[in-house]
Design a protein around this ligand. Structure first.
Ligand code: BGC
Length: 506
C-alpha cells in the first residue's frame, strides 16, 4: 500500500467522526438535569419521582426520544440527494457538504433556546451525517487496493467509535458543570469533527472511478498509478472504464436497480443495515447513561460506565481492522453473532432477576453491577468487530459501478431509518417489555447470523470490479446474474477466473 493511499483513506475516514460524535453525545445530554429542565420539564419530574414510577419507564417520553431520533430521519432523506452529488460532482464534494451542514447544525443546537431551535439543529446535523455516510464508505472502497479494502474501509468505523468515545468523555466532563453550560458545550463541540471533515475533504483527490465517471480519463489513470504505486494499472483501468460505460448507458438509475440481475446485491444492501440496527447496538450507544441510571448507578457512575463501553467499542474495532482481509467477512459475522446472542441472553437474565417485571427500585451490589457492565461490554465488543464495521464495508463493495452510488444510499437510508426507529421506540419498548427486550434483540441476532451463513458470499480480496463473479457463483444468487453481466471476465479470462473457483460456496 502506498503512503498516499493510506493518508488519503485516513483523511476520508474522519467523516465517521461526525456520525460517532452524535451517537455518543445524545444519551449523555438527555440524562443531564439542566437540559431536561429547559426542554423536557415533565421528564425531569418523572425521573425524580422515584416512588410512583416504574424504573423501566423513567425516561419514557416521545419528545425526548425525538430529540435523539430526528437526526436520523434527516440523514435518511439527505442520503438520496447525496447520491446524486456523489455521482455527478465527485465523492469529495458530498463529504464537504456533509461537514459544512453538520457545522451549522452544531452551532444551532448549541445555542438553542427553544425546542424548535434544538430540533432544527438536529435536522442540520442529520443532513450532514447522511452526506458523509453515503460518500465516505464508497470513497474508501474505491481508493483501496482489493487486498486491503476491508482494513482501509474499517477506518470509517474506527472513526465512528472514536467519535462516540470522545463524546462519552466530553459528557462525563460537562455533566459536572452546573446550569446550562454543560449540555451546550457538549452540543456545540460537535462543530469540531464537522470542521475536521469539511476542511480535510478539500485536500482529498477524487477516486479513479469517479474521475472516469465524469469523463476525466487521463487524470483517472494518473490517479490510479499514484494510489496503486505502480505504472502497471492498464487492466484495472480498463475494468473501470467498462464499468463506467455501463454506468453511462444506464438512464433510469433508480428503476434499473430494481431489475432481477441486481436483486442479490439489493437484498444484501437492505437487510444488512436493517439487521445491524436490530442487534440493539444503539439501545446501548444512545441510552447507556440512561440505562445505567435506571439500573441504579449514580449520575457520574452511569456516565463513566458509558465511557467504558465506548473504550471497548473502539478497542474491539481494531480486531476487525487486522483480521478482516485475512479471515474474511463471514467468519467475523458468524463469531460476532454468536457472542452477541449469548451476551444478550445473559444481560436480560441478570436484569430480570434483579428488577423482575415490576421494575421496583433496587440497590445493585458493586459485584452485580460489574457483572452487568461486563456482559454489556462483551456484547459491544462482538458488535465492534462484526456488524459495526461490516455493516458499512460489505454494502460498499458489492455493487457494480453503475448502481454503486444509488445502492449505497439505499443502505444509508435503511440504516438511518432503522436507527431512527430504535432511537424513537427503545425507551417505550423497555417500559413495556422490561428486561425481555434483550431476548427480543437476541432473537434477531439469531436470525441474522443464519442469514449470513446461508446467503452472504465471501468478498475478501476480490477486486471491486470483479465482484459480479462472486455473486454468479453463489448457490442461491447465481441464477439471478445473467451471463452478459460477466463481460469483465470475457476480456481478461485468466485474471478473473480465480474468483470463479475460490468463491464457489457461500
Ligand atoms: C452503526 C451505528 C452504531 C455504531 C457503534 C455503526 O456502525 O451504524 O448505528 O452506533 O456503529 O459503534
Amino acid at each position: 500500500m502506498t503512503t498516499f493511499v493510506f493518508l488519503t483513506c485516513l483523511v476520508a475516514a474522519t467523516g465517521g467522526l461526525i456520525f460517532g460524535y452524535d451517537i455518543g453525545i445524545s444519551g449523555g445530554v438527555t440524562s443531564m438535569d439542566g437540559f431536561l429542565l429547559k426542554f423536557f420539564p415533565s421528564v425531569y419530574q418523572q425521573q425524580k419521582d422515584v416512588v410512583d414510577t416504574n424504573e423501566y419507564c423513567k425516561f419514557n417520553s416521545d419528545m425526548l426520544t425525538l430529540f435523539t431520533s430526528s437526526l436520523y430521519l434527516a440523514a435518511m432523506v439527505s442520503s438520496f440527494f447525496a447520491s446524486t452529488i456523489t455521482r455527478v460532482f465527485g465523492r469529495k464534494w458530498s463529504m464537504f457538504s456533509g461537514g459544512i451542514t453538520f457545522l451549522a447544525g452544531a452551532a444551532l443546537s448549541g445555542v438553542a433556546e427553544s425546542l424548535q431551535m434544538l430540533i432544527s439543529g438536529r435536522i442540520l446535523l442529520g443532513i450532514g451525517v447522511g452526506f458523509a455516510n453515503q460518500s465516505v464508505p464508497l470513497y474508501l472502497s474505491e481508493m483501496a487496493p482489493a487486498r486491503l479494502r476491508g482494513m482501509l474501509n474499517i477506518g470509517f468505523q474506527l472513526m465512528i467509535t472514536i467519535g462516540i468515545l470522545v463524546a462519552n468523555i466530553i459528557n462525563y466532563w460537562t455533566a459536572q458543570i452546573e446550569g446550562d453550560w454543560g449540555w451546550r458545550l457538549s452540543l456545540v463541540l460537535a462543530g469540531v469533527p464537522g470542521a475536521i471533515i469539511a476542511a480535510s475533504s478539500l485536500v482529498l483527490p477524487d477516486t479513479p472511478s469517479s474521475l472516469i465517471e465524469r469523463g476525466r480519463e487521463e487524470e483517472a489513470k494518473a490517479m490510479l498509478r499514484k494510489v496503486r504505486g505502480t505504472d502497471e494499472v492498464e487492466e484495472e483501468f480498463q475494468d473501470l472504464v467498462i464499468a463506467s460505460i455501463d454506468s453511462k448507458t444506464m438512464k433510469r438509475r433508480w428503476m434499473n436497480i430494481l431489475q432481477p440481475r441486481y436483486w442479490p446485491q439489493l437484498t444484501v444492501a437492505v437487510v444488512i443495515p436493517f439487521f445491524q440496527q436490530v442487534t440493539g447496538i444503539n439501545a446501548i450507544m444512545f441510552y447507556a447513561p440512561v440505562l445505567f441510571k435506571i439500573l441504579g448507578f449514580g449520575k457520574q457512575a452511569a456516565l463513566m460506565s458509558s465511557v467504558i463501553t465506548g473504550i471497548v467499542n473502539m478497542a474491539a474495532n481494531t480486531v476487525s481492522i487486522v483480521s478482516v482481509d485475512k479471515v474474511g467477512r463471514r467468519a467475523l459475522f458468524l463469531e460476532g453473532g454468536l457472542q452477541m446472542f449469548i451476551s444478550h441472553i445473559v444481560v436480560g437474565l441478570l436484569i430480570g432477576i434483579k428488577f423482575g417485571m415490576i421494575g421496583a427500585e433496587t440497590e445493585l451490589s458493586r459485584g452485580y453491577a460489574t457483572l452487568v457492565v461486563f456482559f454489556i461490554c462483551l456484547y459491544v465488543s462482538a458488535f465492534a468487530w462484526s456488524w459495526g464495521p461490516l455493516g458499512w464495508l460489505v454494502p460498499s463493495e458489492i455493487f457494480p459501478l453503475e448502481i454503486r452510488s444509488s445502492g449505497l444510499s439505499i443502505t444509508v437510508s435503511v440504516n438511518m431509518f432503522c436507527t431512527f426507529v430504535v432511537a424513537q421506540v427503545f425507551m417505550n419498548m423497555l417500559c413495556h417489555m422490561k428486561f425481555s427486550i434483550f431476548f427480543f434483540f437476541a432473537a434477531w441476532v439469531l436470525l441474522m447470523t443464519t442469514f449470513i451463513a446461508l446467503f452472504l458470499p465471501e468478498t475478501k480480496n476480490v477486486p471491486i470490479e470483479e465482484m459480479v463473479f462472486v455473486w454468479k457463483n453463489h448457490w442461491f444468487w447465481g441464477e439471478f446474474i445473467p451471463d452478459e453481466a460477466l463481460h469483465v471476465q470475457n476480456r481478461t479470462p485468466a485474471r478473473a477466473s480465480p474468483y470463479l473457483s475460490i468463491h464457489a460456496s457461500p
